[in-house]
Design a protein around this ligand. Structure first.
Ligand SMILES: Cc1cc2nc3c(=O)[nH]c(=O)nc-3n(C[C@H](O)[C@H](O)[C@H](O)COP(=O)(O)OP(=O)(O)OC[C@H]3O[C@@H](n4cnc5c(N)ncnc54)[C@H](O)[C@@H]3O)c2cc1C
Length: 500
């Protein structure tokens, strides 16, 4: 037992993209702020933020059909798409600021330009896509989007998908060149390297086992050194629980009333990755399809070019799965130990409500490789089994809570920032749209936890993120400036970089 005890301004739990983003924002706002990070793994960005554990889509609602809902009258509600696009622009501006200031280098190592496409089959879906295109292409945020249901044009856009496809099938797609593939793992590692250079103490292989309030209103963390088993005590005036899937357990330990009546349901992800370079070379886009009936929104199938480790690859998925673990490196008891007296009825109500999701997950878990290949063949008609391998992605813990609209035990598909009333602790739960909107979510943490400092911080926030507090859709001139600046800073306007 070690008796190391420290006091600090801020503790960040977990070394994923969320803590990396919050730490970097705080260090820019208050350079002499004392920050410590505790991460139970031996490196940063190794859970959901790792490049192989997520799909790397820079979610800007350019291709994800679940962000535009068809209303009963057939018109398309694009309000969610606008919100997500604006949130992604905040990330793009902050990353550009960091690159321009030399705080992180080589943007091509974490972001690549890549067309984002939506593709649908069947008459009804083609009509839906056409209406969606009409609604979006009139909006300045989605300028440059193209629609086509002409097989020749589609062959030009997506040859791998169109080759050997029955010619009588109704099929259509939209395409926009300003999409991105983001290597969130690489970005997370860059940000932690930068934080280390700014004297942030990063403690790997340190697991936070307990969190308790002290008599002066600070928080005391019981931290275990994973190698030696030594236990340390660290106090901070502000704690961010950025433990990804591990956040719910830590939030429950704080005992704050805001963390009660909340449960979590883990959904795992699997991708198929192409091992044949000839096939990989025939596709360059992220192509999102429509979710199957009963499938949760994060299971929308997509065929993605990815840029990982300076290499171009091709991924298809995700297939959903079930594991009771809340982190890929977690314990099989995670789901069970997250059930507490205050959330048991919420969890039971969710269980009763989500029979279709349960059925869907069971079906997904039971799929054989050949059945998964059949789903892939809806995208690539002549896909060969020997060209594709299965990779296990990260765990997403969906939030379950009681809501006015959905009643007791409603499954949430977004992210939730839970904060104590006095703003001394915040936890991030949920995983969608995810890493793409890390900057927006961490700005929300700042607003909720440091309200008294926001006026003082505003000029610096605007320097880092010019559209902070401003709607881009209502300010087309600023939008144009932001697009031009971020494309230049992140090198997105160049032709595809010289990767294989
Ligand atoms: C299959 C899949 C596909 C996805 N696709 C996309 C996508 O295309 N685009 C997108 O933007 N987002 C996507 N996401 C979501 C995105 O990956 C997550 O939102 C994001 O990575 C979460 O970051 P985080 O920092 O909160 O968590 P993580 O990256 O999981 O980091 C949490 C860290 O906390 C550590 N930790 C946990 N508990 C403790 C403890 N007690 N003590 C110390 N350390 C602890 C963990 O070891 C981990 O390193 C996807 C996710 C999945 C699973």
């Amino acid at each position: 037992m070690s008796n190391r005890e420290t006091k600090t301004d801020v503790i960040l739990i977990g070394a994923g993209i969320m803590s990396a983003t919050l730490g970097t924002l705080l260090k820019e706002l208050v350079p002499d702020m004392n920050i410590k990070v505790f991460e139970k793994l031996d490196k940063s960005g190794d859970e959901s933020s790792n490049e192989w554990n997520n799909a790397g889509t820079g979610h800007a609602a350019l291709c994800e059909l679940n962000y535009t809902v068809e209303k009963p009258d057939g018109s398309i509600d694009i309000s969610k798409a606008i919100k997500i696009n604006e949130q992604f622009q905040l990330s793009m501006q902050f990353w550009s600021y960091l690159v321009k200031r030399g705080l992180i280098q080589n943007p091509q190592d974490f972001i690549m330009p890549l067309p984002h496409m939506s593709m649908v089959q069947g008459e009804d879906n083609v009509t839906f896509l056409k209406n969606r295109f009409k609604a979006l292409s009139n909006n300045p945020l989605f300028q440059g989007m193209e629609f086509s249901d002409d097989p020749e044009k589609l062959m030009e856009w997506i040859p791998l998908i169109m080759k050997n496809r029955p010619s009588n099938e109704a099929i259509a797609a939209t395409k926009i060149e300003t999409g991105t593939d983001v290597n969130f793992g690489a970005l997370t590692r860059m940000l932690f390297e930068h934080l280390e250079s700014k004297n942030v103490e990063i403690n790997y292989k340190h697991s936070v086992d307990n969190i308790q309030r002290t008599s002066d209103g600070s928080w005391e963390l019981k931290v275990r050194n994973v190698d030696s088993g030594n236990v340390e005590r660290h106090q901070a005036r502000f704690v961010f629980i950025g433990g990804g899937g591990g956040s719910l357990h830590l939030l429950q330990k704080t005992g704050i009333p805001e963390g009660k009546h909340i449960g979590g349901f883990p959904v795992s992800g699997l991708f198929m990755v192409c091992n044949n370079p000839e096939v990989v070379a025939q596709h360059r886009a992220k192509v999102y399809g429509k979710a199957k009936v009963g499938a949760p929104p994060m299971s929308v199938p997509h065929l993605d070019t990815r840029y990982i480790d300076n290499k171009r690859s091709l991924l298809f998925g995700p297939f959903a799965g079930f594991s009771p673990k809340f982190l890929k490196s977690g314990s099989v008891f995670d789901l069970f130990t997250s059930i507490k007296p205050d959330n048991i009825f919420t969890m039971l109500a969710a269980g009763a409500k989500q029979m279709s999701l349960t059925k869907y997950l069971i079906q997904q878990v039971m799929l054989s490789k050949e059945q998964r290949m059949e789903e892939l063949r809806e995208f690539i008609p002549d896909a060969k089994s020997e060209d594709w391998d299965l990779v296990v992605a990260g765990q997403r813990v969906q939030v379950i809570k009681d809501t006015e609209a959905g009643g007791k035990g409603t499954l949430q598909f977004g992210t939730e920032v839970i904060t104590a009333a006095d703003g001394s602790i915040a936890a991030l739960l949920g995983a969608s749209p995810g890493a793409s909107t890390a900057v927006h979510v961490m700005l929300e943490v700042l607003e909720k936890c440091f309200p008294e400092r926001m006026t003082e911080w505003e000029p610096k926030l605007k320097e880092m993120i010019p559209s902070f507090g401003i709607s881009l859709v209502d300010n087309p001139e600023l939008l144009h400036e932001v697009h031009t600046f971020t494309a230049e800073a992140l090198g997105l306007s160049e032709k595809e970089r010289a990767y294989s």
